[in-house]
Write a protein that binds this ligand. Sequence first.
Ligand SMILES: NC(=O)c1ccc[n+]([C@@H]2O[C@H](COP(=O)([O-])OP(=O)(O)OC[C@H]3O[C@@H](n4cnc5c(N)ncnc54)[C@H](OP(=O)(O)O)[C@@H]3O)[C@@H](O)[C@H]2O)c1
Length: 267
Amino acid sequence: MLGRDLVRAAELANHEVTATAHLECDVTDRASVDRAVLDARPDAVVNCAAYTDVDGAERDPEAAMRVNADGARNVAAAAADQDASVLYVSTDYVFDGHKDGLYVESDEPNPLSGYGASKLAGEVETAVANPQHYIVRSSWLFGTAGRNFVETMLDLGGRESQVVVVRDQVGSPTYTAHLAEGLVRLIGTEAFGLHHMAAGGQCSWYDFAVAIFDRAGVDCRVLSTTTDELGRPAPRPEYSALGTQYDDAIHLPDWTDGLDDYLAERG
Ligand SMILES: NC(=O)c1ccc[n+]([C@@H]2O[C@H](COP(=O)([O-])OP(=O)(O)OC[C@H]3O[C@@H](n4cnc5c(N)ncnc54)[C@H](OP(=O)(O)O)[C@@H]3O)[C@@H](O)[C@H]2O)c1
């Protein structure tokens, strides 16, 4: 989902882009990553490959680690061998959600889930393997190239008169086209290190669902529930909105603007 928007944003910024799909380059296979990087001879490698099934990672944490941590090491090391920088996309789920206020880069991560732990391990692997690294944490992604919460709600809203959505998880839903533009700007700098980059503002999944139906003109009632009642396998942070401690950080538009742009793009 993010990868597609990233290709488009990079091409719009006049970068020469080589995009590889899972079948062409398996990040868990170092030789396959080396070949892809050697063929492309890039200045920068952006790793958008990930095991993103949060509940699946709870059942099979090793599978998540193989892609999100071992894979991250392979990509970062292959880039380092060609003197290229690497960008690893990480997540707000590295935090436990107990902070009262926006999470900034210096806040201590403490992942609650196997997915969060695998992404934190990927951050470390990336940083160790390549000194020219950007680690960018974002959150609650939605984009036109993948299944996402907005599509799930629109599907349900078209069929049902009411939906039930959790109200006790708060974050920043981020439109992948906006994030992609921000990532392209970042790789044009030498601001290596850890960055938070998510949409402005914050809301609960419940608020997000209400805004989706409101803006899309769908007549569907939203009822609220709690994380406990929902009983998903993986724990999620109660609060994981991301902020930044850097004055010169790249700021993304508000999540409501992201939602408007998404709905306009999908038509
Ligand atoms: N989605 C979110 O809400 C969210 C929030 C914060 C951060 N992030 C992070 O943002 C990044 C992009 O997320 P996304 O939502 O765009 O993910 P996505 O749509 O699930 O895409 C992940 C891609 O990685 C590929 N992949 C999986 N295993 C691979 C492997 N071993 N080798 C090569 N490719 C592999 C998948 O291909 P197949 O489908 O063919 O396996 C898929 O194309 C990820 O790092 C994710 O952790 C996501």
